[in-house]
Design a protein around this ligand. Sequence first.
Ligand SMILES: NC(=O)C1=CN([C@@H]2O[C@H](COP(=O)(O)OP(=O)(O)OC[C@H]3O[C@@H](n4cnc5c(N)ncnc54)[C@H](O)[C@@H]3O)[C@@H](O)[C@H]2O)[C@@H](O)CC1
Ligand SMILES: [K+]
Length: 508
Amino acid sequence: MKVLNSEEMSLADIKTIQELGIPSLVLMENASLAVARVIKQKFPEGSKVLVLVGKGNNGGDGLACARHLKLWGYRVDVFLVFGEVKGDALLQLNLLQALGVEPLKELPPLENYHLVVDAIFGTGFQPPVKPPAEAIIKTLERTKVPILSVDIPSGLSADSGKLYTPSVKANITVTFQFPKICHLLHPASKQCGELYVAHIGIPEVFVEDVRREVILRVEPPKREPDIHKGKAGHVLLVGGSVGKTGAIIMSAKAATRAGAGLVSVGVPQNLNPIFEVALTEEMSIPLPGEDFLSYRAWETILKEQDRFSVLGIGMGMGRTEEGQRLVLKLLEVWEKPILLDADALNNLADSKRLEVLRERGSPTILTPHVGEFERLSGLPKEDIIHNLMDRALEFAVNNQCYVVLKSSRTAIGTPDGSCFLSTRGTPAMAKGGVGDVLSGILSALVGRGFEVEYALKLGVFIHGLAGEIAEREKHTESVRALDLVEYLPNAYRSLEAGDYGLPFNYLY
Ligand SMILES: NC(=O)C1=CN([C@@H]2O[C@H](COP(=O)(O)OP(=O)(O)OC[C@H]3O[C@@H](n4cnc5c(N)ncnc54)[C@H](O)[C@@H]3O)[C@@H](O)[C@H]2O)[C@@H](O)CC1
Ligand SMILES: [K+]
């Protein structure tokens, strides 16, 4: 499903009104009915509801919702935050007054109500909050009374994952037609509570130019009946250094569990005995280098190229000058898909030679976390976190590569300018090694020969699912990276059963 910013939503509204000919009041009626129905599901008839009304269309939604609730037997009060409303909202106020509901003269104690409906600001809001809304939103921040936000918790910007203060912390948010950026990206999305996305009649064609998408479901992979290990991809993972041998071991195990036919690791030769012991299904290739890979490793790797379908490099590799040259050389000579993770990304960033990415003829996949992306892109950390999708997309287009940008959510940017967000996963996955597991999974799926975009979506999704399952089976605090490998089979089963639920409730 598409993920919109405020400008895109307003354009979709305008097209629906002008090109399709649905009057804006009809959209408002659909929107407000959806909100009222969510309230009806959760709060019994007769409950006392206070609707806080801004001066724009978000306030109009609130007033129309108050009308539905009044007709259904709720005890409804409304308070106009700016003392006035305009446009469609004014008409809604008149309808409500005709039913005998007059706006309150001053803000009553919130504790008198079972529910507060926040219809102060929606997609038309530009931060920051100013008086008189500021004092009211601060009051809302303190209350224990449940709050339902119409479209967006007031104070947030639809366009960003930034947590603006003050802003409403809602228990429930009902948004319209498409989720907006603030509903899905942390930390802003923590303000939304339980999220509903309600159909209001805006056709999908009016957002076809939007390139942001949230991944809701992924088609499970098929393993052909006549497949053999040589056809299921041979993954070469290169990395490892003294003190950091575990990373590539976790990657290799994950690659096997994800479905790779064969997995080999290329490691500094003096460390090879460790891998001989640690790995059973996977093979190892001793490469030039003592404790760290040396630049000359590229010759051995290239000689073996024909045997492999993908190269994944960087896990536990270390940040060295030889490592920089090795990464650059492999980007130049390796003619098959290549995935760069961890220190391969740091080495690339340190080399300041990002232009090599554009010169490659086959797919390049970068899997940075926010810190690594900061070094690669030169962008401030906050900017990356708040604009995760757009930054992944821009970097992917500018450097003609795939980017899997890992934060508490994961955004996949593609060189042709699409972006896919995965909301799967859990805070339990904030542990060392979890990224190494992902790079193993992605290498395996790309190595299987799946279309890269599909391989990345699938890999990120099952990685998150495996984390969710591990959290249920172990404990939020106790999940470790190898548990994800352990639960990958369950993640595949869940993918096939389709029993994993969506990041929001869809009302239509
Ligand atoms: N036809 C439509 O356009 C539809 C709009 N809908 C609703 O309309 C909302 C968007 O409505 P609007 O574009 O009227 O805008 P909003 O109602 O979100 O609020 C913007 C109002 O606040 C003012 N404002 C903006 N930033 C401010 C600030 N920092 N301090 C004080 N005032 C500020 C603006 O001038 C405007 O009057 C959506 O969120 C949604 O709830 C829905 O009814 C569905 C249909
Ligand atoms: K709102």
